[in-house]
Every structure is written in structure tokens, then in C-alpha cells.
Design a protein around this ligand. Structure first.
Ligand SMILES: [Cu+2]
Length: 232
């Protein structure tokens, strides 16, 4: 598992040749490497995303990164709080680069389930199932916007060979990258229910946790430290 996780975090899996086929049309119904269109009835988590420009010419997404567990269906509720048109596209970083190059050459309008394009002041949704582990990307591919800051990583962690344990977040400490959890028995680690401090495998996990949250998580011992490797 540790090997798989590090590979995923390094983005090695996103280069898997089996999915790297040359067609541009990804997102048309079937599965993509980043996952597949999700069904509203299966949403595990809803996240709010804001797109905007700053006074000094940056364009950005808030939050700027995500971390999900493999298999999660996420409803992204996206708001364009800026003054320009923006889009939210989920894909591999490679495919985004390719797609961006095409968009620089011609005007393209998409209506694929992995993306939404929004006028200023408008909100939209993308419901997506992250069916593969790996490091992916969300981005705005309108010419110039990616370069101005509109992209961020999506880590999909494979906790499938670990057991999910229920817990309640007691404290989040972003500075040290640690979270304190009041948890039930950790079966894989043979530890009884108690309150413990964990590191996170990916800092983006901390953005999704706040004191009082009821969570399910997988914890593993990585280099001797208790580490959260999946969250839902
Ligand atoms: Cu944009």
C-alpha cells in the first residue's frame, strides 16, 4: 500500500499508458482516467468552489487543491465570482495541457460532464465519481487563464486495502500538518478506541477537515508515523 500511495502522490499513475489514448473526446459518457460522471443519488460529499480574478491580475480557484478517496462521488458546486467567463475542467494534467493547446488555436465550447463553463455571477455543478487513484487536475482552459493561476491538483487516494474507521475531528493543525481524531477501534493497526494525533498523507486533506466533523478514515503507519491515507 505504501508503494501504491507514493506512486499516486507522485502522479506516476496519471501517466498509465492504458488510458493515454490519442482521442480528444474524453468525457463523452464512458470512463476517463480521472473517473466518470457521478449520479446525484450517490453523492458522498459536496464541495463549494469559487472562481475569480484578483486585483493584481491573478486568476484562481478556491480551494486550490482537493483530496478524495477512491470511489467517492463528489458534487462540485462552482460559482464564478469574477468578472470574466471561467470554466472548471477535471482531467489528467497531461490531457489538460493538450486540451489547452487546442483551445488556444480555436474557439471551443464544451458540454462534457467533466466540465462546466460559467458566465460571471453564475453557478453550476459537476457531479463526478473518482473511480481511479492518482493525481489529477482541475483547471480553467480558456486561453491565458491556466497560466494566470487557474489550476490545482486533485489527489485520489486508494484506501481500498485499508479498513475505514469512524471518528470525530477534535482539532486540525495546518501548520504541523496534523489532525487530532477521537476514533473507534483501528482494526488494521490493532489499536483500541481513543483520541490520537495523525499526520496526513496529503496536505489537501486538512482543508477538508474541521473540528466537530464526523468522518471515516483509513490510517496506516508510514515511516513509523500514524498517517491518514484516505478520507470520506
Ligand atoms: Cu478562467
Amino acid at each position: 500500500m505504501n508503494k501504491i500511495l507514493s506512486a499516486a502522490l507522485l502522479g506516476v499513475l496519471s501517466a498509465a499508458p492504458a488510458y493515454a489514448g490519442g482521442t480528444h473526446g474524453g468525457g463523452h459518457g464512458g470512463g476517463m482516467e480521472v473517473g466518470k460522471p457521478g449520479e446525484a443519488a450517490h453523492v458522498n460529499r459536496e464541495v463549494a468552489v469559487t472562481m475569480k480574478e484578483t486585483d493584481d491580475g491573478e486568476m484562481l480557484f478556491e480551494p486550490s487543491s482537493f483530496s478524495f478517496a477512491k470511489g467517492e462521488t463528489v458534487k462540485f458546486v462552482i460559482t464564478n465570482a469574477g468578472e470574466l467567463e471561467h470554466e472548471f475542467v477535471l482531467d489528467t494534467a497531461e490531457r489538460n495541457v493538450h486540451h489547452k493547446a487546442m483551445m488556444a488555436k480555436m474557439e471551443m465550447e464544451h458540454d462534457d460532464p467533466n466540465s462546466v463553463r460559467l458566465d460571471p455571477g453564475v453557478s453550476g455543478e459537476v457531479v463526478w465519481t473518482f473511480s481511479n487513484a492518482g493525481t489529477f487536475e482541475f483547471a480553467c482552459l480558456i486561453p491565458g487563464h491556466y497560466e494566470s493561476g487557474m489550476h490545482g491538483p486533485v489527489s485520489v487516494l486508494d484506501g481500498s486495502d485499508g479498513t475505514f474507521t469512524k471518528g470525530t475531528v477534535k482539532k486540525v493543525d495546518p501548520k504541523s500538518g496534523k489532525v487530532t481524531i477521537i476514533h473507534e477501534e483501528l482494526v488494521d493497526l490493532e489499536m483500541p478506541a481513543m483520541t490520537m494525533v495523525f499526520r496526513v498523507a496529503d496536505d489537501a486533506m486538512l482543508d477538508q477537515l474541521k473540528a466537530g466533523d464526523a468522518i471515516e478514515f483509513v490510517a496506516e503507519r508510514i515511516k513509523g508515523k500514524l498517517t491518514l491515507t484516505a478520507l470520506k
